[in-house]
Every structure is written in C-alpha cells, then in structure tokens.
Design a protein around this ligand. Structure first.
Ligand code: C2E
Ligand code: MG
Ligand code: MG
Ligand code: MG
Length: 279
C-alpha cells in the first residue's frame, strides 16, 4: 500500500515537472521566428493626469498570439525571452512600434503625449541600445522627454556597471526613467538614491488595498510623500474603482492607470478613445 502511494506521488511530480518543462520548451521554440511571422502586437494602456482628468500618455504592453500556443501572457513569455536573449530584438520591436504609434497619436490629437515602454535587464547588455533608441527618436521625430522607460528594481539589483552607465546615458539623452512595480522588491529606496529616476510607479498590489486597509493606505501615502520630496512624479498602477482614484487624488498622486479608465487597447482603439474623468 505505502509503496503504491509512493510510486503514485513520484509519478505525479514527474508529470507536473514534465508539463512545465514541455511548456517552456514549446514557448521557447515558438518564440524563435515569432517576430518574423508578425505574431507580436503592441497594446497601449492610457495614463491620466489625476488633477486634470485628461489622458497624458500610455504604456506599451506586448501581446503574443501564436497559431499553436494561442495567446501567451507576458508573465509567461517575457522571462523566457529574457533568458534566451530574444528580448533584445523583441524589445527593439516594441520601442519602434510604440514610437511610431506615438508620433501618429501626437499628430492626430495635436498633443504631446508620452509613451512608457517596459525595459528588461538584458536589454542593457546590447551595445547598440543607445544608438538604436536615439535613431528611433529621430526617425519618428519624437523628443526624448516623451519616451519613458519603465525599469523594475530587480534590474538594478544586478548591480553591474554597464547598467549604471547605460542608465545614466539614457538620462543624459533626456529620456525619462521610471521605477516600475515600486514596493514589490527590496531596498527600492536605496536604488532611488543611486540612480537617476524621474518617476515611480506604485505597484498594483498596494493600490488594490487602499480602500480596504489602513496599512496599504498609509504605505501609499508615505510613498507619495517620499517620492515628491525626491522630486519624482508618482503613477498609480491598477486603479480599478472610483474610490481608489478619489483617495489617490486626496493624497496628491500625479498619474493613474488601470481598468477603471481603460484596459490596454490596440493602436486603433486608442486613437478613437476620447476619455476624461472630468467635464
Ligand atoms: P507592468 O509593466 O507592471 O504592467 C502592468 C500590468 O498590469 C499589465 O499586465 C496590465 O495589463 C495590467 N493592468 C493594468 N491595469 C490593471 C488593473 O486595473 N487591474 C489589473 N488586475 N491589471 C491591470 P500585462 O500586460 O499582462 O503585462 C505584465 C507584465 O509583463 C508587465 O507588468 C511587464 O513587467 C511585462 N511586460 C509587458 N510588456 C512588456 C514589454 O514590451 N517588455 C518587457 N520587458 N516587459 C513587458
Ligand atoms: Mg510597466
Ligand atoms: Mg508595473
Ligand atoms: Mg509588473
């Protein structure tokens, strides 16, 4: 009896492991050539100025539809793209698409919107990175201050000197740098001091609790005050309900993004969107 259970348990774990290994292997296999087959799409989620209630920009979010795997979420494929180095060409594609769209969006609405693009640690290791970004800005006629790169603190934890150097170089070019998912890692504060940041994005997990528990409310309040004293602008991620927005406005948070305003949209949908929280 005991032996039978043992054997079953063993085979159960093996199956589980095989499943994740197979999935990983399939994703990696399909990711090669996915760019050439045009399987990636960039979606855009609007960001709003809380004071005015107007859209001031958007965050570019990558989507992948593969004929065999179907839709694969960024949570699943981005880490694999990072490990394989495929994030370098894929990341360039996102920057290019996002800037091209930004140029069209600015022209259509006659407004200086900003575009935020997520940025992976591995992309810093690309020697062509700075040159590529500079050329993309020139080609699309976008000024550097309208491009924002979102970096998670995990990137900085790597602590490599090339990261520090590239970060500083991007800053000197006039590109905005924001710390994404603030509060989810550790020693975020010391990174804010060591690197030139312009903005801080409070992670959605904290915004989620502000209307329900005092700890999250106090943390968000302290984060906003701290960020402002460091002359950083603050973006709240994952705003889903009116009550969260009201509290964030009271706390002096600068920008907000979330399903309450809009989910990520296709370029076409965003061009058609006319949205404001205020008349
Ligand atoms: P992130 O940069 O923190 O992006 C915010 C995520 O929260 C997005 O998920 C967005 O769709 C989702 N979100 C926005 N508002 C709400 C809300 O009100 N409620 C909830 N529940 N979720 C909301 P998504 O698009 O699945 O992306 C997940 C992560 O994948 C991103 O987190 C980012 O770290 C990464 N990612 C996405 N696109 C790229 C990319 O082009 N390059 C890199 N390096 N990473 C990317
Ligand atoms: Mg982000
Ligand atoms: Mg985030
Ligand atoms: Mg995230």
């Amino acid at each position: 009896q005991a032996k039978a259970i043992g054997r079953n348990t063993y085979s159960f774990f093996t199956k589980e492991m095989n499943l994740t290994m197979t999935r990983r292997f399939e994703i990696e296999g399909q990711m090669h050539g996915a760019l050439e087959r045009n399987e990636f799409d960039v979606y855009y989620q609007p960001q709003l100025d809380i004071q005015s209630g107007h859209i001031t920009g958007a965050e570019a979010l990558l989507r992948w539809h593969n004929p065999i795997l179907g839709n694969v979420t960024p949570e699943e494929f981005i880490p694999i793209a990072e490990q394989t180095g495929l994030i370098i060409p894929i990341g360039k594609y996102v920057i290019k698409q996002a800037l091209q769209f930004l140029s069209e969006w600015q022209n259509v609405d006659q407004q200086k919107y900003k575009m935020a693009v997520n940025f992976s640690p591995r992309q810093f290791r690309d020697n062509e990175l700075i040159g590529f970004i500079r050329k993309s800005l020139i080609d699309t006629n976008i000024s550097p201050q309208h491009l924002e790169l979102e970096i998670t603190e995990g990137v900085l934890m790597i602590g490599k000197s090339y990261i520090r150097e590239s970060h500083l170089e991007l800053h000197k070019l006039g590109i905005k740098l924001s710390m994404d998912d603030f509060g989810t890692g550790y020693s975020s504060l010391s990174y804010l001091r060591q690197y030139a940041f312009d903005a801080l994005k409070i992670d959605r997990s904290f915004i989620d609790g502000i209307t329900r528990n005092n700890e999250d409310y106090d943390l968000v309040k302290a984060t906003i005050a701290m960020a402002h004293s460091l002359r950083l602008v603050v973006v709240a991620e994952g705003v889903e309900i009116r009550e969260q927005l009201t509290l964030l406005e009271e706390l002096g948070c600068d920008y907000a993004q979330g399903y309450y305003f809009s989910k990520p949209l296709t370029a076409k949908q965003l061009l058609e969107l006319k949205y404001t929280t205020k008349p």
